[in-house]
Design a protein around this ligand. Structure first.
Ligand code: MN
Length: 250
């Protein structure tokens, strides 16, 4: 059986992170557990030590940039030992727009650090800011510095095309199936650039129920439906894409 792939979840934000990492490891699901602050890196490194299937990302979430800009020093210190970077990016939603200029400066710095210590695989947040994220990626992330994986992408079809042309992968969240633009975005992404994700615990599986790590079957079903292939075939593609991505970014 091809592996299931959950390429964006937050194991360290679950109620019992140690247990969450142990369960994730035992599940055999290929996972990327991202972090939201670089200060969480040492602890996550310990949680994931020895796991064959759980990767961890060094992150700096755009929603936290506001009062934490100085933590970029910690990000820079840990970057050389991190193969995966995330969650990073930009958020122009109404709650975070005030800090948008700071976010852009910080994301640029993150990309410069990656370019100096790459290649990396980056899991990218781009809420209402796909254009600005792509502007910065195109300018500051040369191909030798790594590959960007757009997480829960909600940009337009044209922006999806631009990201595909730049070489991005996309981790597909089942919630994208509910948005109007979701299907038109998915149509623009070739099968060989697709991954799946749960964004656990943030994407609600059902109303009020947090998504669980590894919960990617609905994303697979949606991809299969839109791409007119069987779910097992989608699973096979995504497992293959994971290894292709990791091979080319090392
Ligand atoms: Mn997330």
């Amino acid at each position: 059986m091809p592996h299931l792939v959950d390429y964006h979840c937050h194991l360290d934000l679950l109620p019992d992170p140690q247990r969450a990492f142990a369960d994730a490891s035992a599940s055999g699901i290929e996972m990327l557990s991202v972090t939201t602050t670089p200060l969480a890196w040492p602890r996550n490194r310990e949680f994931a030590a020895g796991s064959r299937n759980v990767r961890i990302g060094l992150g700096f979430h755009p929603q936290l940039v506001g009062e934490k800009v100085a933590d970029i020093a910690a990000f820079e210190r840990f970057a050389p030992e991190a193969r995966y970077i995330g969650e990073v990016g930009l958020d122009a939603g109404p709650r975070y727009y005030r800090q948008f200029a700071d976010q852009q400066r910080l994301f640029q710095r993150v990309l410069e650090i990656c370019a100096n210590s790459g290649p990396k695989i980056l899991s990218i947040h781009s809420v209402r800011a796909a254009r600005q994220v792509l502007d910065l990626l195109e300018r500051y992330l040369p191909a030798s510095a790594g590959t960007a994986v757009m997480h829960w992408f909600t940009g337009s079809a044209a922006e999806a095309r631009r990201a595909v042309a730049f070489g991005c992968f996309f981790s597909i969240n089942p919630r994208m199936a509910l948005s109007k633009s979701g299907a038109s975005v998915l149509r623009e992404i070739p099968l060989n650039r697709l991954l799946t994700e749960s964004d656990a615990p943030f994407a609600e599986a059902n109303r009020g129920t947090p998504s669980r790590p590894g919960e990617v079957q609905r994303a697979l079903d949606w991809i299969a439906q839109e791409k007119k292939i069987l779910p097992d075939r989608a699973r096979q593609f995504i497992d293959g894409n994971l290894w292709a991505l990791e091979k080319r970014s090392c």
